[in-house]
Design a protein around this ligand. Structure first.
Ligand SMILES: [Zn+2]
Length: 423
């Protein structure tokens, strides 16, 4: 491998540079979507000439972005064919999430192999914007170090934030439960990570979790699905026709702030009676275990998973107060689900976070209420399904976004940019 910057060479004309980039991307996308393929399979699937595929493959092998994985025998006759698979063990993709009570990191290599997985309990609710940002940068820096130790230098970072995010500019417009307003998070993180500039993407947590579900969750491949985050806040990620629905400004899916009760409680966003004041984790904890309510001052923030595990133990033991609270939250979940079904007609509503952890006590009530209230009723054939990705769905989705960005433009990892000229 050469360290010489590709762009510094007397290069081919611009048109062929973009053709090369598009073809490399086409080949890598095939390998992302299949465990392994022969060169002939790739030529057939992409419509590229066999010789072109061989040339591209030689380059990808040289850059260690793909690897030979053995020999495929295609039928009784014909020559055995060598198969290749996505590799890129030295290319890191770091996904992160900052939520009300934790920060999570999920680092993979280009093939999606997990290298780093961390979740740090952190009270972002009361620590303020600057401290939360410093902590996020600290966890990001530690994850970068751990990934480098595992042999993969991060080539991109994506961060999931529970709030309204302008993904194009990387600015968090408003995160009610974090109390963030107009925070240029992509720039701030990029500066904090120091001299090694990695591209930073910021997106809404539910959008990224929906992408993770669509790529590798319980309803993987379902073209019309809605993902609901079951955290202190409740957000929605909508996949319609196989694509993430973003809306004009990227603010779609704010289902947690659907006004469902004009006489209800005040929400983190300042409005009254939002859906998340009925189904968010804080509401459930307040009803099921008031001695552990989020609003109590002075007590350390418990791990959300421990809080939920304690509730699962109580529900299993038949604690009447907890059963009543879960049944009520389940019915409110079904009411919001009915609104979602009336709007988007998804086949599946995948629920994450605590909704998944307490699914046996929530989803039967939610499903019954959904079928009672959705205008198409049972004809809409939409099921509530518990995610199996746990609290890490959004950070995993964030890492997937980075991998997809690298695969969309593999020259970004193959051809180092020209060295800055000395000033
Ligand atoms: Zn609200």
């Amino acid at each position: 491998m050469t360290d010489e910057p590709y762009l510094a060479r007397p290069g081919p004309p611009v048109g062929s540079v973009s053709v090369r980039r598009a073809n490399l991307s086409l080949v890598l996308r095939q390998l992302r979507d299949h465990a392994s393929l022969s060169r002939a399979d790739i030529a057939q699937a992409t419509g590229l000439h066999r010789a072109t595929v061989s040339n591209l493959m030689a380059e990808l092998l040289d850059r260690r972005l793909v690897r030979e994985v053995g020999v495929e025998h295609a039928g009784a006759i014909g020559r055995p064919r060598r198969a290749v698979a996505l590799h890129g063990a030295h290319v890191g993709a770091l996904g992160m999430e900052i939520n009300v009570d934790y920060i999570a990191a999920h680092g993979t290599d280009l093939s999606g192999r997990a290298l780093v997985e961390r979740r740090v309990v952190f009270d972002a609710m009361s620590s303020g914007q600057d401290r939360a940002l410093r902590r996020l940068c600290l966890v990001a820096g530690e994850a970068v170090t751990a990934m480098k130790r595992a042999g993969a230098a991060p080539a991109g970072l994506a961060v999931a934030v529970a709030g309204l995010v302008n993904a194009a500019s990387g600015v968090v417009t408003f995160a009610p439960n974090l109390d963030w307003h107009d925070l240029p998070l992509a720039d701030r993180l990029s500066d904090a990570l120091g001299p090694v500039r990695v591209p930073v993407t910021v997106d809404n947590d539910a959008n990224l979790a929906a992408l993770a579900e669509h790529a590798s969750g319980v309803a993987a491949g379902t073209p019309d699905l809605v993902y609901l985050t079951g955290e202190v806040g409740v957000g929605g990620g909508i996949v319609a026709g196989g694509r993430l629905l973003r809306g004009a400004d990227g603010f779609s899916g704010e289902v947690g702030h659907l006004p469902v009760d004009p006489y209800g409680e005040r929400c983190g966003c300042g409005r009254i009676g939002c859906w998340e004041t009925k189904v968010g984790l804080a509401a459930l904890v307040r009803a099921a275990m008031p001695e552990q309510a989020y609003e109590l001052p002075g007590s350390p923030v418990p791990d959300p998973e421990e809080r939920v595990a304690e509730m699962a133990r109580g529900l299993t033991a038949g604690d009447p107060r907890m059963l009543a609270a879960a049944s009520k939250a389940g019915r409110w979940l079904g009411l919001g689900g009915a609104i979602v079904v009336n709007l988007f007609n998804p086949r599946v509503i995948v629920v994450g976070g605590y909704f998944a952890a307490l699914a046996p006590w929530l989803l039967p009530h939610a499903q019954a209420e959904l079928e009672r209230l959705a205008v198409a009723g049972p004809a809409a054939r939409c099921r509530f399904v518990a995610s199996d990705l746990g609290f890490g769905a959004a950070s995993r989705g964030a890492a997937t976004v980075v991998v997809n960005q690298l695969i969309d433009d593999p020259t970004s990892i193959m051809d180092p940019p020209p060295r800055p000229t000395a000033r």
